[in-house]
Design a protein around this ligand. Structure first.
Ligand code: ATP
Ligand code: MG
Length: 297
């Protein structure tokens, strides 16, 4: 497949960036320059999880991109997300540079929200206090916190009156991820990092959560990095898909896909969508075969 014979998608070689270059006034939202992460570097346990990862997400006025990251288990997807978040031990990178808005990452910041692979609500806080957590850290007064939290609880499809006082153990997996999304988005991050947030959900809830995310993302204009094992989810949610190699992970392909413009259930049935999923599966299979050949040889 290539961009030339398929108008709905555009494929580029590693390290090349199909999006328009950012102007000098607007540095890229995120940039990885030859980033390598070796855990336990300098010890006998040294393990290189990602190697020479390069990508640029340009700052587009009024449009945050949704970037889906696809790759086999253990290829370094969470490592990449946590490097952007500035979380240790992934941060700092062993070599190379991770830049956010043109500045090297030093630590986590409110400009970057994260929804983790595992459900990570605070067990001793109810829904209201989980959602308001970041505001509390910023010193927002209680009344205002409560009002904003109520607004966000509604926006993620929960009921503040019946769900607001519940604790995480009283919530389903889908509800807990709604709380996690609200807790991040209430701070209006410029970048949202989502690590397989819907991986543990049943297909119907998952589709609903995908639609919810698309709606919220449009309003916020945030750049979203979205790790998933589902090609369908990547094609539906993504503006762009990064396909990673097996460990040590590196970006093998960047594929541009059309942005979601209809509900997931509708779009995912269409022949054009099914064909695109099939094409991406073929790219992945081809890349994996090439990789195995390289390793075997
Ligand atoms: N703190 C750590 N110390 C040592 N090795 C680590 C650490 N964290 C991750 N790794 C290793 O780095 C590699 C990449 O891990 P990572 O969690 O980024 O993979 P992933 O692509 O997110 O996998 P999955 O799809 O299973 O979540 C794996 O081999 C993992 O064992
Ligand atoms: Mg992971």
């Amino acid at each position: 497949m290539s961009g030339a014979d398929n108008p709905s998608s555009a494929e580029t070689e590693t390290g090349q960036h199909p999006a328009p270059a950012a102007t000098p006034e607007s540095p890229p939202v995120v940039e990885f320059k030859n980033v390598t992460k070796t855990y336990d570097s300098g010890t006998i346990r040294a393990f290189t999880a990602i190697e020479n990862v390069n990508f640029t997400v340009p700052d587009r006025p009024d449009h945050g991109e949704m970037i889906a990251i696809l790759g086999p288990s253990g290829c370094g997807k969470s490592t990449i997300l946590r490097l952007i978040a500035g979380l240790s031990p992934q941060h700092p990178a062993t070599t190379g540079e991770v830049l956010v808005s043109g500045t090297p990452i030093l630590a986590p910041g409110a400009d970057r929200g994260m929804v983790f692979q595992a459900y990570t609500s605070f067990d001793n806080r109810n829904v209201f206090d989980n959602v308001a957590f970041g505001l509390e850290c910023c010193g927002v007064p209680r009344k205002e916190r409560r009002e904003l939290a109520r607004e966000w609880i509604v926006r993620v499809g929960l009921d503040p009156d019946s769900d607001g006082d519940k604790y995480p153990y009283q919530l389903s997996g889908g509800m807990r991820q709604r709380v996690a999304i609200a807790r991040s988005l209430i701070l209006h991050p410029k970048i949202m990092l989502m690590d397989e947030p819907f991986g543990a959900l049943d297909p119907t809830t998952r589709t609903r959560m995908q639609d919810l995310l698309v709606g919220l993302w449009r309003d916020l204009e945030a750049t979203v990095f979205f790790v998933t094992h589902s090609i369908e989810e990547a094609v539906y949610l993504g503006d762009r898909i990064y396909i990673l190699s097996t460990s040590p992970g590196t970006i093998l392909r960047e594929v541009e896909v059309p942005a979601p413009d209809r509900p997931a259930r509708e779009m995912q049935r269409e022949p054009k969508f099914v064909e695109l999923v099939f094409e991406i599966r073929e790219i992945i299979e081809r890349l994996e075969a090439q990789n195995e050949e390289k390793l075997g040889g």
